[in-house]
Design a protein around this ligand. Structure first.
Ligand code: 4AD
Ligand code: MG
Length: 434
């Protein structure tokens, strides 16, 4: 008998086939049972009639426990009223493992608190809502790769063990390497990406990055995935142009391919359909003025907090690009604005609906003298950056790039409260288990 994935079951109406999965739910009334079976690709309601099964089999099915694994054989039938549009009339089945009654599956349809669900994350990912979020994540990642692969960027991945900081020394995770050597978990692939860009012109890396940030917010993970493009012969303008095109491409893909998942999450589609170019662009100066008008106590020269970002993004129905921040609040590698050297040629994209920064990037310092000065000002160990300085000795050109945080983007697209649900096993300030 042919084994079929539930997502493909529509192509087998009228046929007897086999599905292999887990018992999601069970309704019963005397002579008939309705086991709902999930197989990872979808959910289908089965119909088991007492008269058509051996007595002991029907009884076993009627008393089967949630999340027991089973293989069901039966005939597929179109059924308009059924959730997926099909039902299966059970002809036979085998139970693979029966969940014990005295130790039942811990997640039931009742409301569990978030801590309980997070402690059972290894089981929680079987539920419908988590499926929707994680499928959207996979679509976002595929879209990101397709976007760069089809626009002339070469995928060149960067190391995770690194000898130096990229984004400031306060958020570095230190690791004991061999023979008393210390290394750090990467905060960003950017510095290596710059070398790759000088070798290949346009590159991107995509992988996990780490921040030892003591922030317990709905926007911070200690381990998150970032995609980072880097371009030679490029400026801040290119960052804004490519970032805008990327975000539009990704949102569009999810709208095209993940409608059922967005429906499970009850996402307001009009909000996503509004994500079209051009994105509004404002300077840091203008953003500070805007915030003051809205009652914030921010002063020029300080960084935006989460609340400030929300206040700014409230003004727009699509991501807003905020550019030219004061150098003092940015990393050492930002090129200065020639017109106002106190400003960094950097840009952040703030998502609408209060989802905060999804992209950060800009133009890099390409003069050797200025970069040497910056390393000294930031107290960065010169030896660890010698190779990076080489990029300014051998064919230095203006270059630029950015990083987009996958979990931030998925949280926003899904319209959910907290980014902990956008990765299968989140790592946060107070959570490293399961
Ligand atoms: O703004 P960030 O720190 O920029 C960089 O790391 C640059 N070196 C990237 C580059 O230019 N190649 O981080 C980039 C993005 C943020 O906009 C945000 O989306 C995400 O990474 N991000 C986080 N996501 C989850 N948890 C955290 N703790 C994050 N920190 C940054
Ligand atoms: Mg940033």
């Amino acid at each position: 008998m042919t084994r079929v994935r539930i997502e493909d079951i529509g192509r087998h109406t009228g046929e007897s086939i086999e599905i292999a999965g887990w018992l999601y739910n069970l309704r019963k009334s005397g002579k008939i049972a309705f086991p709902q079976v999930r197989d990872g690709s979808g959910l289908i309601q089965c119909v088991a009639v007492k008269a058509q099964l051996p007595e002991e089999k029907f009884e076993a099915l009627k008393h089967l426990t949630q999340e027991s694994s089973l293989i069901v054989r039966g005939k597929v039938r179109a059924e308009e009223r059924a959730p997926g549009g099909y039902e299966m009339d059970v002809e036979d089945f085998d139970i693979v493992q029966r969940v014990a009654e005295e130790h039942p599956y811990p997640i039931t349809p009742k409301d569990h608190g978030i801590d309980f669900l997070m402690d059972h994350r290894h089981l929680w990912i079987r539920s419908r809502r988590q499926h929707a979020v994680l499928r959207i994540r996979a679509e976002v990642i595929k879209a990101v790769r397709d976007f760069f692969d089809s626009n002339g960027f070469l995928l060149v991945d960067c190391p995770i063990f690194t000898p130096a900081a990229c984004e400031g020394t306060t958020t570095l995770f230190e690791v004991d390497y061999f023979e008393d050597e210390k290394v750090y978990l990467t905060q960003s692939g950017q510095l290596y990406n710059e070398a790759n860009a000088m070798a290949f012109g346009k590159v991107y890396c995509f992988g996990p990055t780490f921040r030892a940030e003591k922030s317990k917010t709905r926007r911070h993970l200690t381990e998150f995935w970032m995609v980072e493009p880097e371009m030679a012969y490029a400026t801040l303008e290119d960052v804004k142009r490519v970032g805008e095109a990327l975000v539009c491409f990704v949102v569009d893909r999810v709208l095209q391919n993940k409608r059922p998942e967005l429906a499970v999450l009850e996402r307001d589609l009009a909000k996503l359909e509004a994500i079209k170019p051009p994105f509004p662009r404002i300077t840091y100066d203008a953003a500070v003025e805007l915030l003051k008008k809205k009652g914030s106590e921010i002063e020029w020269g300080s960084d935006f907090g989460g609340t400030d970002e929300t206040l700014i993004s409230e003004e727009f129905d699509r991501p807003v690009i905020v550019e030219k921040y004061p150098q003092q609040i940015k990393a050492f590698y930002f090129e200065s604005d020639p017109a106002r050297p106190e400003l960094a040629l950097g840009a952040d994209f703030l998502a609408p609906e209060g989802y905060g920064e999804i992209i950060g990037g800009g133009q890099r310092v390409h003069s050797l003298e200025l970069l040497e000065k910056r390393l000294a000002e930031h107290n960065l160990p010169r030896e660890a950056f010698e190779w990076y300085l080489d990029l300014r000795r051998f064919g230095a050109v203006p270059h630029a790039g950015f990083g987009m945080g996958i979990e931030r983007v998925v949280t926003w697209i899904c319209g959910i409260d907290h980014l902990r649900e956008t990765i299968a096993f989140p790592r946060m300030l107070y959570r490293t288990k399961p």
